[in-house]
Design a protein around this ligand. Structure first.
Ligand SMILES: NC(=O)c1ccc[n+]([C@@H]2O[C@H](COP(=O)([O-])OP(=O)(O)OC[C@H]3O[C@@H](n4cnc5c(N)ncnc54)[C@H](O)[C@@H]3O)[C@@H](O)[C@H]2O)c1
Ligand SMILES: Nc1ncnc2c1ncn2[C@@H]1O[C@H](COP(=O)(O)OP(=O)(O)OP(=O)(O)O)[C@@H](O)[C@H]1O
Length: 533
């Protein structure tokens, strides 16, 4: 992301940018007064009908309209800057938390000479050095061999919560690399585009198949299940027992599921769970693998639990459609066996990060927490019978105004869900892009778009909108957007890695064939008589 644009309210590119100067220059004070002034100007314009003969009034009202436009742009600049400020703040806090964690970790290794049995953390005086070396080595490996290497996520201040049977639980490390079909060597070229002797050649493509290889065995699994289903409950109990007895894994489930298991038998008392939101936020530091039992909704649910990094997910299909659930539950032992052994193909499913920017909160530094979606964010008319009136911007360029039932901003994973029903294209989940799909637009020429992954989209509810709009996130958590509010949306830095049954492409085609019966048609019969060629 580009550096903060606090002083760039004049970069909307609509011609009269000079009007929206930084606050001290334009004489209007802060954005609050900007928007109040805009409202006041709009009111004057509405209350004062101008007749064809009033030349001065026409001139005056034109000038007022220009001022109103300039004020709106300044306010929009503020909304974008707020979103960006929040993003930088979040990054800063993440970085600070990471540094603190590393410092604590090294400190705690210095203090504890021999932390656990089993020789894992013996020779602790040399451990910090080793950790540094490991980290350096892994960083180098990351740069040399793949898109990302591993990170050992032992949170020092969470040592207690990560201790099971007096053993420190260390997250399993793994390496992700491109799997190059047909390429003999493991060599990777890192420049994405080559420019040699005047010829431009692409070398790396982000849509190559990604392979996950465990560098230490996974130890902890969380199983997430669809509620209100007997078959899911039965399978869950069998899987927990098998993973514990045959694979010696630590197992987490949701509090509801733990209660169900304990009602069945006290045997399941080893199963762990979490108490509150704070513990859920730490789940990714303890869990090596996520297993979902349900349909696509359960995968969406699993993704929504992880507000930051997501461990690899193995989605078992116990629903009716299952676009994102390629594993059949009958063969769960074979599948889990091979996943735990690795290497496995994975699909890195991008998520969208959505910020709701309230007009009413324009003076506050804090804005609402971002919401991450795996399928899509939808802005629609809710229960209102009026057309939506959504002003859309891509980075700082005006895109269009959506007048219709609403707009879907979808990931490529979500392209087979609501966006598809609204006429959007189906897109392979590893294609980096954001789908811009209108819902029942009241115009003959509004075709859906696919935009590059790096853009920031902003959907603004104008003050003259007849009614509020509603945003929903993966079909849930509806939020009202009042006139003046905006939704800012960009690609999140934390994708959802889902295990493939075969590979990303094979799984994708299988899902559209089996799930949608895509382009299924009786084969046309051949001619009965031989063709005269
Ligand atoms: N008109 C529509 O098609 C429509 C309307 C509302 C919501 N939805 C979709 O439902 C999703 C929420 O799913 P849920 O299971 O929690 O709700 P749900 O139980 O109402 O199921 C919605 C259906 O959408 C399917 N689905 C979900 N994600 C999919 C994907 N990525 N590809 C193909 N199909 C997918 C599910 O399998 C299910 O059959 C939303 O994110 C939205 O995409 C679709
Ligand atoms: N662990 C969970 N806790 C709460 N709600 C869940 C959980 N898992 C799934 N859900 C919700 O339950 C609903 C149904 O789940 P899911 O889509 O997986 O099942 P399904 O409808 O049988 O499958 P399909 O979507 O393939 O038809 C969804 O709305 C989903 O958000």
């Amino acid at each position: 992301m580009a550096p903060s644009k606090f002083n760039s309210t004049d970069s909307f590119g609509h011609g009269d940018a000079g009007v929206s100067r930084p606050h001290s220059e334009n004489g209007f004070g802060d954005s609050l007064s900007l928007l109040q002034s805009e409202k006041a100007v709009q009111e004057i314009l509405q209350q004062t009908p101008v007749h064809g003969s009033d030349d001065h009034l026409i001139e005056f009202s034109e000038a007022l309209r220009t001022v109103a436009k300039a004020l709106r742009r300044a306010a929009e600049g503020k909304a974008a800057a707020q979103a960006e400020a929040a993003e930088w703040k979040r990054r800063f806090e993440l970085e600070r938390a990471r540094n603190l964690r590393l410092e604590n970790k090294e400190q705690s290794f210095k203090e504890n000479n021999s932390v656990s049995e089993g020789g894992r953390l013996e020779n602790s005086t040399s451990q910090p050095v080793l950790l540094n070396q490991e980290r350096e080595h892994s960083n180098r490996a990351c740069l040399e061999h793949g898109i990302c290497s591993h990170e050992v996520l032992q949170d020092a201040k969470d040592v207690d919560s990560n201790m099971v049977n007096n053993k420190i639980m260390k997250k399993a490390s793994f390496k992700l690399s491109w799997r190059c079909k047909g390429e003999n060597s493991d060599q990777h070229k890192h420049d994405i585009v080559y420019f040699e002797r005047g010829n431009i050649t692409t070398a790396e493509r982000s849509s190559k198949q990604i392979s996950l290889k465990w560098e230490s065995p996974p130890q902890t699994v969380v199983i997430l299940t669809k509620p209100n289903s007997n078959s899911v409950q039965i399978l869950c109990a069998q899987m927990v027992r098998w993973l514990r007895e045959q694979k010696k894994l630590n197992i987490y489930v949701e509090p509801r599921v733990r209660a169900e298991l304990l009602t069945e038998s006290s045997y399941f008392s080893f199963v762990q769970t979490w108490k509150d939101e704070k513990e859920i936020l730490l789940l990714h530091t303890k869990v090596d693998l996520v297993v979902t039992l349900g349909g696509d909704g359960t995968v969406l649910w699993a993704a929504s639990i992880f507000k930051g990094p997501v461990p690899p997910i193995v989605p078992f299909s116990l629903g009716s459609l299952g676009f994102m659930t390629p594993f059949h539950s009958e063969h769960y032992k074979d599948y889990l066996d091979s996943v735990l052994r690795g290497p496995i193909s994975i699909t890195l499913r991008n998520r969208l990060q959505c910020h709701v920017i309230r007009d009413a909160a324009k003076n506050e530094i804090e804005i609402e927490d971002p919401i991450l979606v795996l399928n899509e964010v939808t802005i629609d008319r809710g229960i209102s019978s009026y057309l939506t009136n959504l002003e859309c911007y891509c980075d700082n360029s005006f895109v269009t105004c959506v007048q219709g039932d609403g707009l879907i901003l979808s990931t490529t994973s979500g392209s087979t869900a609501y966006s598809l029903a609204a006429g959007g294209s189906m897109v392979h989940p590893q294609v980096p892009g954001i789908l811009f799909t209108p819902i029942c637009p009241h115009s003959l020429s509004f075709r859906p778009l696919i935009l590059p992954e790096h853009v920031t989209l902003r959907v603004q509810i104008p003050f003259n909108s007849r009614s509020p709009a509603w945003a929903s996130f993966d079909g849930k958590d509806r939020k009202q957007l009042a006139p003046g509010d905006a939704l800012v949306c960009s690609m999140a830095p934390w994708p959802v890695p889902t295990a493939c049954q075969v590979d990303s492409t094979d799984d994708f085609f299988r899902s559209i064939h089996d799930g949608l019966h895509w382009n299924l048609r009786k084969t046309q019969s051949s001619f009965d008589v031989p063709l005269d060629v």
